[in-house]
Design a protein around this ligand. Structure first.
Ligand SMILES: [Zn+2]
Length: 496
């Protein structure tokens, strides 16, 4: 029996809130006055999740739009230019950017969370020099760098009763893409739409300007390209509506660069001229043609024929790109990364393996789950950690009484959950709590396809306000030993 994630706890439920850290995007200056990229801040959507969501959306783009193969001169050139821009981003904040060229006539470019970037052929031909193309790409790159889509998702999570993300992660109803709309990304009818606010736009200009400058391009080119699009009208409306002018785009860029040391900018290159020439003679399709072809599966077939294939970026586990099935789970699909990241769950702060995801509750009072995606099946988990809290009302109950009540409440949800041995004392965040080993049946069969036992380790910790926080660490008995050090590390990191 799966350890249920969505079981209501007894008693009054402690309010669950996911914190929303807002990072200022103020670029710091070094003494040499060379502009530095700002700290991109953090969101509750992990890097791994952002890459998963971006990759799923990119896979959809490959079904619904005509792409050039990676070997095409246009893609080779865009990739080279992209890498030059990526090179100025500090490694700790960078993403595995991958560059793709769409055989579309209209001017557009978009980047998905995690770093998949798409540039239309029409954008290459519309740019009057390399700096302008670099400007569009740096702006897109800045959206990824600042994690604007992830921050949107986090907001959607908060405003939509926290249902959106859980749906995305669990592949519920309609799967991941069915929920992408809630994340601000829409892929469909041969079009990709990203929702950015004006402040996101101002930030993308600001960060894009630093990227351009550091890569040797005049940031003015960014403003020029937008201006050119506005003047032309017609062919770039999607791009302009995806990227609304924050107001004084040009003036803001001018103001930003005036303090920086003057440099000789690179403007053009023979490679740009050649790629632009290629792009001019390449076969392109209009948005209408693309929308029609998307319905008939034309592009999916064409891409296959042309060898335009999407490859997962390095670091994105194959398991992350496939739905988990209720068969045996391969260890490498759930194995915790040795890199741990801090998550603020509202109730507690704690670290978790970077490749495990935080699944927010769908309703207040339900548990927060931290788990490898492949460790989640239906509404239960077979690998991971469940966190929740209870507020004993009225009488001052002892931690032993509350722990007993929590065990009974967990058992009342069905299944065969049983404590193994008595509760023991344990210290968490300097507070005396209780530790109870329990056993049930894992939702995942073993490698031979047979049902297997699951270990459920319950830890309860009283908070000074009378609430009791509890965590349940879950894994099949056969894998528990391998996961135990990670569970211990997570528990040791707990802070109220
Ligand atoms: Zn933008």
């Amino acid at each position: 029996m799966a350890f249920p994630m969505n079981r209501h706890a007894i008693f009054t439920i402690v309010l669950v809130a996911i914190s929303l850290p807002l990072a200022p995007a103020v670029p710091c200056q070094t003494q040499s006055n060379l502009p530095q990229l700002p700290n991109p801040g953090s969101t509750s959507i992990t890097r791994q999740q952002q890459q998963q969501i971006g990759f799923q959306a990119a896979a959809e783009v490959y079904k619904q739009m005509p792409l050039l193969p990676d070997s095409s001169p246009e893609t080779q050139y865009v990739r080279q230019l992209g890498q030059r821009l990526v090179a100025v981003i500090p490694a700790e904040y960078s993403w595995p950017f991958q560059f793709h060229v769409v055989a579309q006539k209209e001017i557009n470019a978009f980047a998905l969370p995690g770093g998949e970037m798409f540039v239309n052929l029409g954008t290459i031909t519309a740019a009057t020099n390399e700096a302008q193309l670099a400007g569009v790409m740096a702006h897109e790159m800045a959206h990824v760098y600042m994690q604007h889509s992830a921050k949107q998702m986090q907001k959607a999570q908060l405003t939509q009763g926290l249902a959106g993300l859980a749906g995305v992660l669990l592949g519920n109803k309609g799967g991941m893409l069915g929920s992408l709309g809630q994340t601000g990304i829409q892929v469909g009818a041969g079009m990709v739409m990203l929702k950015y606010s004006r402040s996101d736009e101002a930030q993308a200009d600001e960060v894009g300007t630093i990227i351009l400058y550091r890569a040797g391009y005049n940031p003015q080119a960014l403003a020029d390209f937008f201006k050119q699009l506005q003047a032309q009208g017609g062919t770039g409306p999607q791009f302009l509506s995806d990227h609304p002018n924050p107001g004084n785009r040009e003036a803001a860029i001018q103001k930003e660069i005036q303090r920086w040391p003057p440099v000789t900018y690179r403007t053009d290159s023979a490679a740009f001229t050649a790629a632009r020439q290629q792009a001019t003679s390449a076969k392109v399709y209009t948005a209408d043609e693309i929308a029609k072809g998307a319905k008939t599966g034309q592009w999916s077939a064409l891409n296959k024929r042309n060898g335009a294939v999407l490859k997962p970026p390095p670091g994105l586990a194959a398991s992350a790109t496939t739905e988990s099935k209720s068969g045996a789970v391969a260890w490498n699909a759930v194995a915790p990364s040795s890199n741990f990241v801090l998550a603020d769950l509202g109730l507690v702060r704690m670290v978790h393996p970077e490749n495990w995801v935080v699944i927010a509750p769908q309703q207040q009072g339900q548990s927060i789950t931290i788990a490898p995606r492949a460790g989640v099946v239906g509404s239960g988990i077979g690998y991971g950690v469940v966190v929740n809290g209870v507020s004993p009302r009225g009488k001052t109950a002892s931690i032993d009484q509350v722990t007993d009540d929590i065990v009974r409440s967990l058992q009342s949800g069905g299944g065969d959950l049983q404590p193994v041995g008595a509760a023991a004392e344990i210290k968490v965040a300097g507070v005396r709590g209780r530790s109870v080993n329990m056993q049930s049946t894992s939702p995942f069969p073993n490698a031979k396809g047979q049902s297997q036992k699951e270990r459920d380790w319950l830890v309860t910790v009283p908070r000074s306000d009378g609430a009791v926080i509890f965590l349940v660490f879950v894994a099949p008995e056969s894998d528990y030993g391998r996961l135990s050090p990670s569970f211990q590390r997570m528990l040791r990191s707990v802070q109220f």
